[in-house]
Design a protein around this ligand. Structure first.
Ligand SMILES: Nc1nc2c(ncn2[C@@H]2O[C@H](COP(=O)(O)OP(=O)(O)O)[C@@H](O)[C@H]2O)c(=O)[nH]1
Ligand SMILES: [Mg+2]
Length: 294
């Protein structure tokens, strides 16, 4: 038996969370076309007969802009140092630039085995793949490169085998039916945040935190969920709610459907929008909203 933890590293939007979801075979991390979708470290666990891979999804590599992105970058850095292997995810569709190969080298040199997943090959010209792989080698990156598509599930089995091959011998750490280290309550908040990321533009989704106040299962099997969407500005609140509440009603309804899929039961969802001025710059407020410094 092999087992170990794999840090999933790469730029914002590279496709890290999507890749973990397909490897694990369940949605353990939310996904959106916007950067800063993943804020916390989340574990996704894949158990087979001969190995257990514990993927640590990370917020990705950021320039520090405020206390939240600062904490997100720190989460990425500490995760990369404290694992058995690194899976560096590169968006192949975006091309290979020097800054990309420099980043790959930086992580390859940490002394932890690393491979590169070159993803999104479903939306790019196939001819470019060998040229890019060569460019990565020529730049001096000492890691094997695996072209894949998470969205279309292309070449995922090869990537999985390569990742398993990097892990040390050892017993499984988690029971085989566990796919995530996060609670249903956490995932419910994340699903709400995902729908906000998908629906609203610009600063609005990045300034939002979701706080679950009630998460209760009733005797008849249904769930009651009450949550707050906390935003940074009064005008953001107005946009979030929309004309006669139409926008909020729509996102809440999308989120509720996903929550029902996750929980396998009917969900009664109540959502309030609250304003906490500039919470992303205030450590104490961040803590209150569920973002901790460890
Ligand atoms: N076409 C395509 N899009 C992808 C693929 N993987 C991820 N994406 C998209 O890329 C965006 C960012 O994905 P996400 O997993 O949130 O990236 P992360 O920030 O690295 O975790 C989302 O819109 C995904 O749907 C892929 O293999 N092919
Ligand atoms: Mg992510």
């Amino acid at each position: 038996m092999r087992s170990g933890t794999v840090a999933v590293i790469g730029k914002a939007n590279a496709g890290k969370s999507t890749l973990i979801n397909v490897l694990v075979g369940e949605k353990v991390a939310i996904v959106s076309p916007k950067p800063q979708t993943t804020r916390d470290r989340i574990l996704g666990i894949l158990t087979r007969e001969n190995y257990q891979i514990v993927f640590a999804d990370t917020p990705g590599i950021y320039k520090q802009r405020n206390a939240l992105t600062g904490l997100m970058m720190k989460t990425t850095e500490t995760t990369a140092r404290d694992v058995d292997a690194i899976l560096f995810v590169h968006d192949g569709h975006a091309g290979v630039r020097e800054e990309d190969t420099e980043l790959m080298k930086k992580y390859a040199e940490l002394g932890v085995p690393m491979i590169v997943a070159y993803t999104k090959i479903d939306i790019m010209q196939k001819e470019r793949i060998p040229e890019d792989v060569k460019a990565i080698f020529d730049a001096g990156v000492t890691a094997d490169v695996y072209p894949v598509s998470a969205r279309k599930g292309m070449r995922i089995a090869q990537l999985e085998a390569a990742i398993a091959g990097m892990l040390p011998e050892g017993e499984a750490f988690y029971p085989e039916d566990i796919v995530s280290d996060r609670s249903d309550k956490f995932m419910v908040a994340e699903l709400m945040r995902e729908k906000i990321l998908l629906k609203y533009e610009k600063e609005i989704p990045h300034g939002v935190a979701v706080v679950v106040n009630t998460f209760e299962k009733h005797e008849n099997g249904t769930y009651e969920v009450n949550l707050d969407i906390v935003c940074e500005k009064k005008n953001h609140k107005a946009i979030l709610i929309g004309k006669q509440g139409a926008a909020l009603k729509e996102v809440a309804s999308f989120a509720r459907k996903d929550m029902e899929k996750l929980l396998g039961a009917k969900v009664f969802l109540t959502v309030y929008v609250k304003v906490r001025e500039d919470w992303r710059d205030r450590g104490s407020l961040m803590k209150e909203l569920g973002y901790f410094e460890e």
